[in-house]
Ligand binder design. Structure first.
Ligand code: CIZ
Length: 329
């Protein structure tokens, strides 16, 4: 069977292909050329998807790459808010999310309505919203931030009163580093990061006593406190370069990151911080997309991300304001 012979299922039916992985990859490669599409894979995606992508990285970096790419279509292998960010930065391109089940509980923890209610209690505060949020929430915010630039963004603001949303762990970490400002933090969290405790990391460390511990700032305080480096997924790739002599690293973030690290640094060892091959550091939403979803996404041009113009304008303003902030680390 070739890509053109595949029959689209009736409405409500699951798309399914019996093609083996190698054939799916062949068909994906054919389709991406035919459709002038760029395939993006977040660092937390399954390894076969990371391996076939044109670009791998964090959500904002990928959206910026896609905006600069000479492509008509973007297939974003990640979660829903990430594909929205790509659409916000490339409103004239078609953006597709291969699996509609790829949501994000952290992004869903705040809605435009709950943000408005919260803002009403703090009328003098400036709203800083982590990019792990819906486009509508971004559009209601003063400025966005990533886990890489959150501290610089908060420092850059004229205001000393900040509402930080939606991640309470990232917000607490930012507040600790910018003590001169009042940072009121929303009570959302990424369940994949929030489940990890220092005790699990210590158990892993007992097997790798010399390991460098690298943690994502979405982790809880007890984990961040014992880490040697605290950074975004892109920051982790740079952090490893600081330790050319280190034999092993304990990685406290979603386990998809281990694949990127092992590819880039094949002579060093990377282990999941929960000590059980990353079984708890597993985001079900990030892992829901597989090769056949990418194939059907290209073949049937689904599931297209559409956003109201007003939302695009508001969210883009918050993202561009963030992108104009110089990094101070
Ligand atoms: O925004 C992203 O890409 C996420 C979820 C994490 C990171 O640090 O790259």
């Amino acid at each position: 069977m070739t890509y053109s012979e595949t029959i689209a299922p009736a409405a409500g039916q699951q798309y399914h292909s019996d093609l083996p992985a190698e054939e799916l990859i062949t068909q994906i490669n054919h389709l991406r050329r035919e459709k002038n599409a760029v395939i993006l894979a977040h660092n937390y995606q399954i390894p076969p998807i990371q391996d076939l992508a044109d670009f791998t990285g964090d959500s904002l970096g990928l959206s910026v790459e896609a905006a600069e790419a000479d492509a008509e279509r973007i297939v974003f292998c990640g979660v829903h808010f990430m594909a929205e960010s790509a659409k916000i930065l490339s409103p004239d391109k078609q953006v597709f999310l291969p699996h509609l089940g790829a949501g994000c509980s952290l992004a869903d923890s705040i809605t435009p309505e709950s943000l408005d209610d919260w803002k009403a209690d703090y009328p003098d505060h400036t709203v800083v919203t982590y990019v792990n949020s819906t486009a509508e929430v971004k559009a209601e915010s003063d400025i966005c931030c990533t886990s890489a630039n959150a501290v610089s963004v908060v420092r850059s603001l004229d205001s000393d009163k900040i509402l930080f949303t939606p991640d309470r762990n990232l917000g607490r970490w930012v507040a600790e580093q910018v003590p001169e400002k009042e940072v009121v933090v929303y009570d959302g969290a990424c369940p994949t990061h929030d489940v990890l405790r220092a005790a699990s990391v210590e158990r892993t460390r007992s097997e790798f006593p010399e390991a460098v511990i690298i943690a994502h700032p979405e982790c809880r305080e007890d984990v961040v406190e014992i880490a040697h480096e605290v950074c975004s997924t892109t920051g982790m790739l740079k952090a490893v370069e600081k330790y050319p002599e280190a034999k092993s690293f304990i990685i406290a973030t979603e386990n998809g990151m281990l694949h990127q690290l092992r590819q880039r640094f094949p002579h060093q060892e990377f282990v999941a911080a929960d000590g059980c091959i990353g079984c708890r550091l597993h985001c079900p939403y990030m892992k829901i997309t597989d090769l056949q979803d990418v194939y059907f996404s290209l073949l049937y041009e689904r599931y297209e991300i559409t956003l109201d113009d007003e939302v695009i304008v508001g969210a883009r303003r918050a993202l561009e304001r963030m992108m104009a902030v110089p990094r101070d680390n």
